[in-house]
Design a protein around this ligand. Sequence first.
Ligand code: MG
Ligand code: MG
Length: 253
Amino acid sequence: MSRKDVVIHSDREIEGIRRAARATAAVLADLAAYVAPGLSTLDVDRRAAELIRDCGGESAFLGYGGFPGCICISLNDEIIHGIGRAGRIIAPGDLVSMDVGVRIDGFVGDSARTVCAGGPPEGQKAALLRATEESLAAGIAMACGGRYVNDISAAVEAVVRRCGFSVVRDFVGHGCGRSLHEPPEVPNFAQRSPGARLQPGMVLAIEPMVTVGSHRVEIDRQDRWTVRTADGGLSAHAEHMVLITRDKPEILT
Ligand code: MG
Ligand code: MG
């Protein structure tokens, strides 16, 4: 395994990553409480822009590969990479996935969660959100020094399958810290090979994208960003950044 397969951060870098991750978590928590029926997805994006500015950071997504939003906001069958729009009004019961990236002093935080607008989710929506959070927790539990990336991938997939849902295969988690996307990739489904060995100082963004129906996805032909389920079924997304240590994983977001 070449050294390029993983990024090991120094203690000084980890301090910077911790600050960026903490700011990311605070912004996401605020947005999760703010989201409500009647708001447009652009309202949420604008609030995110203010919050990120207030914490002394900048959006890690704005302009990334040409992305036009401050955060990604994706509703219902939209899985990831949705763009805030003035005409897109959030309705009661909508599943709202928010993905936030904050850069501070050259370090990056990346975290996502999905909430139900206007009240607690019911039925299948509740089951989907629970499966997504539980699969993320199962993946995080495997993020320990001495294990392998595939231990995370297999743990995430096992929970999602047990709950009767599917995991997206075309988009994956990743290393994160100095830049938004660093090696290694962290798939949400089991691989044939164990993948990179987890070592103290690695920071991974683990991010299951879970669908009610097929795992197949389509990218919006107009905006070329929004990723939707191919079958129009509901989806949810959750993401935490985790520091690999000698023993227990440390959730940074
Ligand atoms: Mg993210
Ligand atoms: Mg990510």
